[in-house]
Design a protein around this ligand. Structure first.
Ligand code: PLP
Length: 384
C-alpha cells in the first residue's frame, strides 16, 4: 500500500470506529423520526436527548442549552447573526478579531449590510488577540463580541476567559468559535465565561455535517431557518439522529482520553518542530508556545506553501496552507498577515495538524521529506 500520512486534522479528521459503531443502530434499526409518537420515533427521541445530556456534561451546562446544528459554520451564523438581529434595539455594534474563521468574519460583514457596525480587534505577532485593543473598541452600543478559542491555522489559544469577563461586566453577549478547541482544551462554558460556543463534529472524529451550539438560557437568537419546533426552533429541521449520537460519542471519547492525546501529540509536535528547525534554515514559526497541542504552522521563507503542499503530496503526506476554505485561492492567509508577516512569508506558511492517530514514524518520515522538498524547491527558485 502507498504511504499515507495525514497531517491535516484541523481541516477534518478520520471518523473514529467507536463513533461509527455508536451511530449504526440509528441508521439501520431505530430510524424513526424523533417527533413521532410511536415507539420507533421515541427510541430516536431518547437517543437525541441522551446525546444532549452527554454533551451538556462536558460543557458543564444544562442539556436545554445544547443545540444540534448542521455544522460549525451554521452554529457561528446562528450565534452571530441571530443574536445581533434579536438585540439590535439594544445596540448595533459588534466586535470580532482579525483571525476569525470566515464563518464569523463573513457573518459580521454581512450584518454590516443590515446597518450594524463593527470593529476588528488586532492580534500581536504571536497571533493572540490584543485584549487592551479589544477593550478600547467597546462602545455603549456594543452588543456582541465574538472571538475564537483556538485559531485553526496557527493553533494560538485566545484569552477567552478574560474577554468573557470583560464582556460580562459590560453586559455584552460573548460568543466563541471553539471549533478548534474541542478535545484539546476545556469546554467548560462557566469557566470560560461564554454566552455562546460553537463546535463542529468533523474536527474531533465525528462525521462532517453535524455541529453543536451552546447558548445560555435566556438568549434567544433569531433562527436562520423557519420551520418546525425542532431544537426549540433555534434550528428547525428533523434531527439528524445518527450524527447527533455520533457527535456526542466523539466528544465523550475526546475528553475521556484527553490526557493520553495531549501527552502523545505534544511529544510528536515537539519532535516535528525540532526536526524541522534543526534541519532547515530560514524558517519562521507561526505557532506560539500557547497553542493547542496538535498544531504547528511554519513559514519557509522564499517558497510558496502550495509548492511544498504539492511536493509532499507526492510522498503521500497531507498538509495545508492557510485554512481549508481558503486553499484553492492563492490569497495569502488573513491570519498570518494579521500577525504582521509580509505577503511572501504568509504565502510560505504550511500547517501541520496532528491527531490521535499520528505516529512517531510518520513524523520522522515527514521531517525527512520536508527537508528534501524544501532543499529541492529552494535550489530551483530565485531564493538565495
Ligand atoms: C475555527 C473554525 N470555525 C468554523 C469552522 C467551520 O466548521 P464546519 O466545517 O463544520 O462548517 C472551521 C472549519 O474549518 C474552523 O476551523
Amino acid at each position: 500500500m502507498e504511504k499515507s500520512v495525514y497531517l491535516d486534522n484541523n481541516a477534518t479528521t478520520k471518523v473514529d470506529k467507536e463513533v461509527v459503531e455508536s451511530m449504526m443502530k440509528y441508521l439501520k434499526d431505530d430510524y424513526g423520526n424523533p417527533s413521532s409518537l410511536y415507539t420507533l420515533g421515541q427510541n430516536a427521541r431518547s437517543a437525541v436527548e441522551d446525546s444532549r445530556k452527554r454533551v451538556a456534561s462536558i460543557l458543564n451546562c444544562e442539556p436545554r442549552d445544547v443545540f444540534f446544528t448542521g455544522s460549525g459554520t451554521e452554529s457561528d451564523n446562528i450565534a452571530v447573526k441571530g443574536v445581533a438581529r434579536r438585540y439590535k434595539n439594544k445596540g448595533n455594534h459588534i466586535i470580532t478579531s482579525a483571525i476569525e474563521h470566515h464563518a464569523v468574519l463573513k457573518s459580521v460583514e454581512h450584518l454590516a449590510k443590515e446597518g450594524f457596525t463593527y470593529d476588528i480587534a488586532k492580534v500581536g505577532e504571536d497571533g493572540i488577540v490584543d485584549v487592551d485593543h479589544l477593550k478600547s473598541l467597546i462602545k455603549p452600543e456594543t452588543i456582541l463580541i465574538s472571538v475564537m478559542y483556538a485559531n485553526n491555522e496557527t493553533g494560538a489559544i485566545q484569552p477567552i476567559e478574560e474577554i468573557g469577563k470583560i464582556a460580562k461586566e459590560r453586559e455584552i453577549y460573548f460568543h466563541t468559535d471553539a471549533v478548534q478547541g474541542a478535545g484539546k482544551l476545556t469546554l467548560d462554558v462557566k469557566k470560560l465565561n461564554v454566552d455562546m460556543l460553537s463546535l463542529s463534529g468533523h474536527k474531533f472524529h465525528a462525521p462532517k455535517g453535524i455541529g453543536i451550539l451552546y447558548k445560555r438560557t435566556g438568549i434567544n437568537p433569531i433562527p436562520l431557518f423557519h420551520g418546525g419546533h425542532h431544537e426549540l426552533s433555534v434550528r428547525p429541521s428533523t434531527e439528524n439522529v445518527p450524527y447527533i449520537v455520533a457527535v456526542a460519542k466523539a466528544l465523550e471519547i475526546a475528553y475521556r482520553d484527553i490526557d493520553e492525546h495531549r501527552a502523545k501529540q505534544t511529544m510528536l509536535k515537539e519532535r516535528l518542530k525540532a526536526g524541522i528547525t534543526k534541519n532547515i534554515g530560514n524558517i519562521l514559526l507561526n505557532t506560539p508556545d500557547n497553542s493547542v497541542f496538535n498544531t504547528l504552522n511554519i513559514s519557509f521563507v522564499g517558497i510558496e506553501g502550495e509548492s511544498i503542499l504539492f511536493s509532499l503530496d507526492e510522498f503521500g503526506i497531507a498538509v495545508s496552507t492557510g485554512s481549508a476554505c481558503t486553499s484553492g485561492s492563492l490569497e495569502a492567509s488573513h491570519v498570518i498577515m494579521a500577525m504582521g508577516r509580509d505577503h511572501t512569508t504568509s504565502h510560505g506558511s504550511v500547517r501541520f495538524s496532528l491527531s490521535k492517530y499520528t505516529t512517531e514514524e510518520e513524523i520522522d518520515y515527514t521531517i525527512d521529506k520536508v527537508k528534501s522538498v524544501v532543499e529541492k524547491i529552494r535550489k530551483i527558485s530565485p531564493y538565495k
